[in-house]
Design a protein around this ligand. Structure first.
Ligand SMILES: [Zn+2]
Length: 300
């Protein structure tokens, strides 16, 4: 082979490598919220990936005395923080290797433990966070996310409500944690409850695209709080119902709830095909939780 020919082969090879990396680096698409600029991928709702989730837990991973994970599928985890009370969120690996977290542990302290585990387990990945409401167990980790440069998506109503109530929530959480866990307590003294930094109109919801997978944020109307949204992963048939879906045998915190509209909101979730439904609180992860929540609301 002539020197000329070898140079040409090297050039073609380099162009191939560049092309491969350009297409492999998936983009996060949002409604004019895209932190990385518009991409070319179109959401294809019918596309499925072969990574099912199941209510049967594959593995339980103890992170600390205040945090454990349940693996429910390849790259799919239910995160449970137990300080100051048990609450669930989810962490899902998308087809382009990005990570999506929906909900968050109730404190930046526990959320940082999730981020440390994720870094250790997945390495340095692109991650986004979706707040499911303004209550502490829906966005309590925002300080940790924002300090780590992770974009936090939330509705404009959630942003407004946390803006109004942050200092009351900070005081309440410090009291609830108390001094029985000194490390959690001292971390909580510096905790701030911050609004999301990528805002979407609540009525419109949000569709995000990662490679050939989409994530849907949906507001079915007022429920357990005025601003609660669900996060749906169509290609996994995974619905994170947050505190709008109840996994306990009683309703829990209804101080902020719209008891009349809550059942209507739950009925709107029946449009989503589901294999797993993750409640804001509780062990159950099966699709029967939708009917279970309706039953609790009716008998209340
Ligand atoms: Zn809750």
């Amino acid at each position: 082979m002539s020197k000329h020919r070898i140079n040409l082969v090297v050039l073609v090879f380099l162009l191939f490598i560049i092309g491969f990396f350009a297409s492999a680096c998936g983009k996060v698409e949002g409604q004019k919220l895209d932190p990385t600029g518009p991409g070319n991928e179109k959401p294809s709702p019918t596309q499925t990936i072969d990574r099912p989730v199941s209510p049967r837990v594959i593995e339980r991973i103890e992170i600390s005395s205040g945090l454990f994970l349940r693996k429910i599928g390849d790259g799919a985890y239910v995160i449970t923080g137990t300080i100051p009370w048990e609450a669930n969120s989810v962490l899902v690996e998308m087809s382009d290797e990005s990570l999506v977290m929906a909900g968050s542990p109730a404190t930046p302290y526990l959320t940082q433990q999730v981020l440390d585990w994720s870094n250790q387990h997945f390495g340095n990945r692109k991650m986004i966070e979706i707040n499911t409401g303004y209550h502490a167990d829906n966005l309590g980790g925002n300080q940790a996310f924002i300090e780590s440069g992770i974009p936090v998506y939330g509705s404009e109503l959630t942003a407004r409500l946390i803006g109004e109530k942050a200092s009351a929530i900070e005081k309440e959480m410090l009291t609830s944690i108390g001094e029985k866990d000194p490390a959690a307590y001292s971390a909580q003294q510096k905790a701030k409850y911050l609004p999301p930094d990528n805002i979407f109109p609540i009525g419109k919801g949000l569709d995000l695209t990662f490679g050939n997978e989409t994530v849907k944020v949906f507001f079915p109307g007022p429920s357990q709080s005025p601003d609660k949204v669900v996060v749906y992963f169509p290609s996994r048939k995974l619905l994170f119902g947050s505190c709008m879906i109840v996994g306990w045998d009683k309703l829990g915190n209804t101080m902020d709830a719209d008891m009349k509209k809550w059942p209507e909101a739950i009925h709107k979730l029946e449009q989503f095909p589901v294999d797993v439904v993750v409640p804001g609180h509780g062990d159950r992860l099966d699709p029967g939780l939708i009917q279970h929540t309706l039953d609790l609301l009716q008998s209340n």
